[in-house]
Design a protein. Structure first.
Lengths: 333, 288
């Protein structure tokens, strides 16, 4: 992080700090609705960071991150509803479960040289496989879903991730900010440079002695673990889980939007993408409600069109463009 | 083997041939252009709705509606390739993929917006007829659909084998630079290829409408189904697509009958994972 901070010009630092302060202070003036939109912004920024680590840095396209999100959400929720184990403890079980799934997918794929499109399809296949499995898993309620009870003892206490919007607001903010620090830190580490080498040219990377399998596996480990934490948040924020929603390919696509729109392989891309996209999507929904239009697919049509336009016109995302125009980067001329 | 198992297998083979035709479209597009059409199932569902509307409004049977629908889909594919996808040829794989994921999202939600989430069945006068062959009872609609699917697939084989355009397209697939050097209009041929791929989808969708009820929820399932089939059969192999289709059709039918209909695709995915690990180029594919 220090290098990035050093290389940012003073007005860039000022903007970053002001934005952070504004987010910290936002609940003073923001109403419940605005807070819920901001929670989504941080949630997508956080998940975007997790996914971007694998795609943007290690160069492996996963279209099945809903698998890790869902496993994280289901594990923590099941531990709480079935055994009374709270989420702060549950997350330490949820993360290994999802990480194990991630390692398995990665191992299966990269061990057998399944890359690119094939790997992306493998990730989808695993997510779908798991979705159907959970549809038939009786202990978590099958396709009928699992619900967090609000009546059990201590369910409304913050240490069980229950409570008002403020709790979720600051929790999601902390998640997004700490994920950004982690990603920035990794990007500057030797591991980060190995990832970029593997992404740009796997054969050359191997020739200079980088173990590409290992580099990708580490990226998958961190990415799936982070996504699982997001899943725990998802489970306790929404308080109901359906396999058809959590493991859906729509979830996987939704969480790749922010980093693609913001900028693949950049540190601030996922944040910028989430800040731009989420309010637009929510605004569209609100606008349609105001006009009494009931169009269930409209938001996704909008997201789909956004993806097409961005990838056609600005495949590097909007963040590099913003950074260039605001002259934020002091290291370049 | 009991008569009932045999019955289930035969139904699976017939359905599988229609699946195979759908997957053939995907295979042709990938085999020639290396573009992965992520909106494949979405287009299939659009074709199913087209067949449904033609049947409800004009009382045209899907087996006949197949021809105009395939023709229109050829046009859609041609225009789509020329306008949207051409700039992506040669760009990073994930960029093409994301473009088509975006397109798929737009199409499926457009369908949802226009038609709503309900399933639309086509009730043909012979929907419940069946042929009795020895101990077997075979649905008439499935037989007709399978025969039609084979006919379309055969026409495509002949086109690639014996026409000038077909040969030229195969040349592009084998050696793009060489094809461009000898003066082939690659852009034009690519557009024709995408058109042909979507024509397969149009035909397969029309046939599918007779054996399954059109609904937006099928779109993603069909996209995944087409991919599963094509990867199992071997990406780029035309025979592989049909063989993969039949394999998946039979696996789905058996799993649906003996285990649970809602779990049938789990077995397809398991099959996919096994093939990816043991023989990533697919059963009929060339070595990667």
């Amino acid at each position: 992080m220090s290098d990035i901070w050093h290389n940012t010009r003073w007005h860039g630092k000022a903007i970053a700090l002001l934005l952070l302060l504004a987010f910290i202070a936002a609940p003073i003036i923001a109403d419940r609705y605005l807070l819920s939109v901001l929670i989504l912004v941080f949630y997508f920024a956080y998940l975007g960071q997790a996914w971007n680590l694998l795609m943007g840095f290690a160069g492996q396209l996963s279209l099945g991150h809903a698998l890790y999100l869902g496993l994280g959400a289901y594990t923590a929720t099941a531990l709480w509803t079935l055994f009374g184990i709270g989420p702060w403890m549950g997350v330490f079980i949820a993360v290994p479960v999802a990480a194990a799934a991630g390692m398995f997918v990665g191992w299966l794929g990269w061990r057998f040289a399944i890359e690119g499109v094939y790997f992306a399809l493998l990730t989808i296949a695993f997510a779908e496989f798991t979705r159907i499995g959970f549809d038939h898993l009786q202990i978590t309620g099958g396709a009928g879903g699992m619900f967090l009870s609000v009546n059990s003892v201590g369910a409304d206490k913050w240490w069980n991730l229950g409570g008002g919007p403020l709790l979720y607001y600051y929790l999601s903010l902390v998640l997004a900010v700490s994920a950004t620090f982690l990603v920035a830190r990794l990007r500057q580490s030797s591991l980060g440079y190995r990832w970029l080498a593997v992404r740009e040219d796997p054969e050359a990377a191997q020739a200079v002695g980088i173990n590409i399998f290992r580099a990708r596996m580490i990226a998958m480990l961190i990415s799936s673990s982070m996504t699982a934490v997001g899943g725990v948040f998802y489970g306790f924020y929404y308080r109901n889980l359906f396999p058809s929603q959590v493991f859906d390919i729509g979830r996987s696509i939704e969480l790749i939007l922010a980093p693609i729109i913001g900028g693949l392989g950049t540190i601030f891309g996922p944040i910028v993408g989430a800040i731009i996209l989420t309010p637009l999507g929510e605004g569209l929904t609100g606008l349609m409600q105001a006009f009494g239009i009931n169009a269930p697919g409209a938001k996704l049509i909008f997201y789909g069109l956004t993806l097409m336009v961005i990838i056609s016109l600005r495949p590097d995302g909007v963040w590099p463009w913003i950074a260039r125009h605001l002259r934020l980067d002091g290291s370049r001329k | 083997m009991t008569a009932i198992t045999l019955n289930v297998i035969v139904q699976g083979v017939l359905t599988g041939l229609v699946y195979g035709l759908m997957a053939l479209g995907l295979s042709v597009i990938f085999g020639v252009m290396r573009v992965v059409n992520f909106a494949h199932g979405e287009f299939t569902v659009v074709a199913m709705y087209a067949a449904f509307i033609l049947f409800e409004v004009l009382h045209v049977e899907p087996l006949i509606a197949l021809l105009p629908i395939a023709a229109v889909f050829f046009g859609i594919g041609y225009v789509l390739q020329r306008s949207l996808i051409t700039p992506f040829i040669g760009r990073a794989e994930h960029e093409q993929f994301i473009l088509l994921v975006g397109l798929a999202t737009v199409i499926v939600n457009g369908v949802l917006l226009i038609f709503g989430p309900d399933a639309r069945p086509i009730n043909l006068p012979y929907s419940f007829d069946s042929y009795a062959v020895g101990p077997l009872f075979i649905d008439k609609v499935r037989v007709l659909a399978a025969v039609a699917a084979l006919a379309v697939a055969a026409a495509l084989f002949l086109f690639f084998r014996y026409t000038r355009t077909g040969t030229a397209i195969r040349a592009c697939a084998d050696n793009l630079t060489g094809a461009a050097v000898v003066g082939l209009n690659v852009k034009q041929l690519y557009a024709v290829t995408f058109g042909l791929g979507l024509a397969c989808v149009g035909a397969a969708g029309s046939l599918m409408a007779t054996i399954a009820d059109a609904s937006p929820g099928l779109a993603q399932a069909y996209t995944l189904l087409a991919f599963t089939i094509v990867i199992i059969g071997g990406l780029g192999s035309m025979v592989g697509a049909l063989v993969g289709g039949v394999l998946i059709g039979v696996s789905e039918a058996l799993a649906g009958f003996y285990i649970q209909p809602s779990m049938k695709s789990m077995f397809s995915f398991a099959l996919l994972i096994i093939v990816l690990v043991l023989r990533p180029q697919g059963l009929m594919g060339r070595r990667l």
